[in-house]
Design a protein around this ligand. Structure first.
Ligand code: AMP
Ligand code: GLY
Length: 444
């Protein structure tokens, strides 16, 4: 079967890797950069902007694509999956109507409210900072300020972290409205949830879901969770599918929320086909919904996809056929630790176009997996862009071993202008998270 993947990041490299492990697939790719890892796996690829719907569909038709998988959110928002359907190509990714769950944060919050889904936060949207003031005052400035549309994970500002007090909040609100950050002259304000974040990804066939291992991402740029939000600097998961601070019943609460969202989308007339991503804050009062994404997470895809022991293409087909409930998910009982290598200045002002030297063989010998992201290969040299460069994933029985393996592998990535958050998944940081949750639970 000819399978098309759209996207050229590390998440898509992990998707391509899962496809190539299937006995069914011949891989074709459309990506805006020339990801060397993907290029070496693909039968053929086109370097093209992923949101150029016409060009992507034309390429798919030319190569008799039978199944398409869209990695990033931007092509979902412009209706690439709808265009595939019109061309008679099946896709295990959501239509633009179903993807609104990610691309319109206000619509998402209203959907949760309409269907009385657990894990909600207080919210309101505003078109002027004057009107927003009353709501912020009511919440004592403990709010998260969000552009309505997509901002690549970098548009959310949280009280106490990114701004101080009510004046700080109003200043950012004016910016979002005046500059139409996220595409609208409007802002969403949410109650700030306090706790530890976790990600739960699941496959959905529009009716039922199959959830994967929980993952913890690290959005902040700097060690100790300091600095601006990024697309994600690294992530870990544990062999038992839970997290050191997350119990089985809390995991199940998260999965039940995703199931209810899938049911709500079906009732709204836009059944959700594809991987669905829940970002939760585990609070003293249980999991609260921070955001829902219409795709795999990046980096979280790299934690779960390498663990799949069932045929990924068969799962994609089952999502399309509505037969997921007849499938069982089998994941290796291993812990994973993913650390991103990013260009110096990433998250503020990236230093792009610098060479990175990667010893692929040594990384493999260390037992780790290398996923290339936003880099370009010219002749034999790999150059950074302004986005994340590559990720290394350690996979072992325990988190500690996965960390050692990941760090061993990272010694084989060299460059004068790169940055890595080495503290992700270390015992010190994990202990801090457990303590944090214990303190919050003690407050109940
Ligand atoms: P998002 O792009 O919606 O994932 O937001 C980026 C980050 O901002 C999240 O990963 C959280 O760390 C934080 N955040 C977003 N919304 C909230 C909220 N309501 N309360 C607390 N933190 C939040
Ligand atoms: N890891 C965050 C995201 O994929 O949106």
């Amino acid at each position: 079967m000819n399978v098309l993947v759209v996207g050229g990041g590390a998440r898509e490299h992990a998707i391509c890797d899962a496809i190539c492990r299937s006995k069914h697939a011949d891989l074709f790719v459309v990506m805006s950069n020339r990801n060397p890892g993907i290029a070496s796996l693909a039968t053929d690829f086109l370097q093209e902007k992923e949101t150029r719907v016409g060009a992507v569909v034309e390429y798919a038709k030319k190569h008799a694509i039978e199944l398409a998988i869209v990695g990033p959110e931007a092509p979902l928002e412009v209706g690439l999956v709808n265009a595939f359907h019109e061309a008679g190509i099946q896709a295990s990714s959501p239509t633009k109507e179903a993807a609104r769950i990610e691309t319109d944060k206000e619509w998402m919050r209203n959907l949760l409210k309409k269907y009385n889904i657990p894990g909600q936060l207080q919210f309101e949207s505003f078109t002027t900072s004057k009107k927003a003031k009353v709501f912020i005052e009511k919440l004592n400035g403990d709010v998260a300020i969000k552009p309505i549309g997509l901002t690549g994970g970098k548009g959310v500002w949280v009280g106490g972290d990114h701004f101080k007090g009510i004046d700080g909040a109003l200043e950012y609100i004016s910016q979002v409205i005046d500059k139409k950050i996220g595409g609208h002259a409007k802002v969403l304000i949410e109650e700030k949830a306090v706790g530890e974040e976790f990600t739960l990804q699941a496959f959905s066939d529009g009716t039922s879901i199959l959830p994967l291992h929980a993952v913890q991402d690290h959005k902040r740029l700097l060690p100790g969770d300091k600095g601006p939000n990024t697309g994600g600097m690294g992530s870990y998961s544990c062999a038992d599918g839970l997290l050191p601070f997350l119990s089985k019943s809390e995991y199940e609460e998260g999965a039940a929320i995703l199931q209810k969202i899938v049911e709500a989308l079906k009732k709204e007339g836009c059944p959700y086909i594809g991987p669905i991503y829940g970002q939760f804050m585990l609070t003293a009062d249980g999991p609260k919904i921070i955001e829902i994404n219409a795709r795999f997470g990046d980096p979280e895809a790299m934690n779960v996809l390498p663990l799949l022991e069932v045929d990924f293409v068969e799962l994609c087909q089952a999502m399309i056929d509505g037969t997921l409930s007849q499938k069982k998910i089998k994941l290796k009982k291993k812990s994973t630790l993913c650390k991103y290598v990013v260009p110096e200045g990433y998250g503020v002002k990236s230093v792009a176009g610098k060479p990175v030297f990667v010893d692929e063989q040594a990384i493999q010998q260390a037992g780790s997996i290398l996923f290339y992201a936003s880099v370009n290969k010219e002749n034999t040299t790999i150059y950074t862009t302004t986005s994340r460069s590559l990720a290394v994933v350690g996979i072992a029985d325990t988190l500690l071993e996965a960390d050692e393996q990941c760090e061993d592998a990272l010694r084989n990535v060299k460059g004068d202008h790169i940055f890595i958050r080495h503290d992700i998944g270390t015992p010190e940081l994990i202990e801090k998270r457990i303590q944090h949750m214990n303190e919050l639970r003690g407050m109940l």
